[in-house]
Design a protein around this ligand. Structure first.
Ligand code: G3P
Ligand code: CA
Length: 276
């Protein structure tokens, strides 16, 4: 029995490109997102952070060193300062681990920092419906500023509520229940994902906090505790799993009936799902 949550769910999970097609292109660059769209992703994932002058930029780490030629903390730089840096010269090494990224000077110059506004423009121009998963980082450091600016920006683009077939569908995600609560207060219609890196305390009930409809466990956590998916499905919730790069994990998750997979390799996942 797959539970009531499966009744209307797709048989194949949606494919979301994690930080863009980030196994093939430097993460969070426009090139990575355009490639994900080309490779047939249903949607893309990005992390957002605040600059010193209150702009939302797509960067995962708190600091600049791993993914750019800059130094220091992202939020202590203005957007104009970040715009002078190169985010396009880092490529994944042979392993799966973030620590194995290596420098490749041939990419120099093409890696302008990506603002959320520019990413919204790119997904809008995809010429087919696209989903956008936006993860807010640093929920406590700036009070509610990240969520407020995010909702303001989405409102400007008309994306602060479900689009009903319009080109871009936005979902906001966080590991922080506080951030999810703030987002839902500011934009009650916006779907949210409660991300999980540990077994959630209230799992027994299968109920997600603050009206989130989607649970987002990591693939290792879910493989150790598949009951997370069973409980969420039994409550009618959906399950989006990160970061799914291996065939064995993908096959396992298809069997489990999850609704979304977030992957660094959207082309590979798309092809594998198309073979089913
Ligand atoms: O999609 C969720 C996943 O992105 C969370 O982990 O560290 O890649 O932001 P992280
Ligand atoms: Ca993320």
């Amino acid at each position: 029995d797959r539970g009531p949550g499966r009744a209307t769910s797709p048989a194949r999970p949606l494919v979301f490109a994690h930080r863009g097609s980030s196994a093939a292109e430097p993460e969070h660059t426009l090139a990575a997102y355009l490639r994900a769209i080309e490779e047939g992703a249903d949607g893309v994932e990005c992390d957002v952070r605040l600059t010193r002058d209150g702009q939302l930029v797509c960067v995962h780490d708190r600091r600049l060193e791993r993914t750019s030629n800059g130094h220091g903390v992202v939020s202590t730089h203005t957007l104009a300062e970040l715009d002078k840096l190169d985010f396009g010269s880092w490529h994944p090494g042979p392993g799966e681990d973030d620590d194995e990224l290596i420098y490749d000077a041939s990419g120099e110059g093409r890696g302008r920092i990506l603002t959320l506004d520019r990413l919204l423009g790119a997904v809008h121009d995809a010429n087919r419906p696209m989903r956008l998963l936006i993860e807010t980082k640093h929920p406590t450091r700036y009070g509610a500023a990240v969520e407020e600016l995010l909702v303001e920006s989405l409102r400007r683009h008309g994306l602060h509520e479900p689009q009903g077939g319009r080109p871009v569908e936005v979902t906001v995600m966080s590991f922080s229940a506080l951030a999810v609560r703030r987002t839902r207060r500011l934009a009650p219609q916006l779907p949210t994902v409660m991300l999980m890196d540990l077994l959630p305390a209230g799992l027994r009930s299968g109920r997600l906090p603050f009206g989130s409809r989607i649970g987002g466990p990591g693939v290792r956590l879910l493989r150790a505790h598949p009951e997370i998916a069973h409980r969420l499905h039994a409550r009618g919730h959906q399950v989006y799993v990160w970061t799914v790069n291996e065939s064995a994990d993908l096959d396992y998750l298809i069997e489990l009936g999850v609704e979304g997979v977030i992957t660094d390799r959207p082309g590979f996942v798309r092809r594998r799902l198309d073979e089913l």
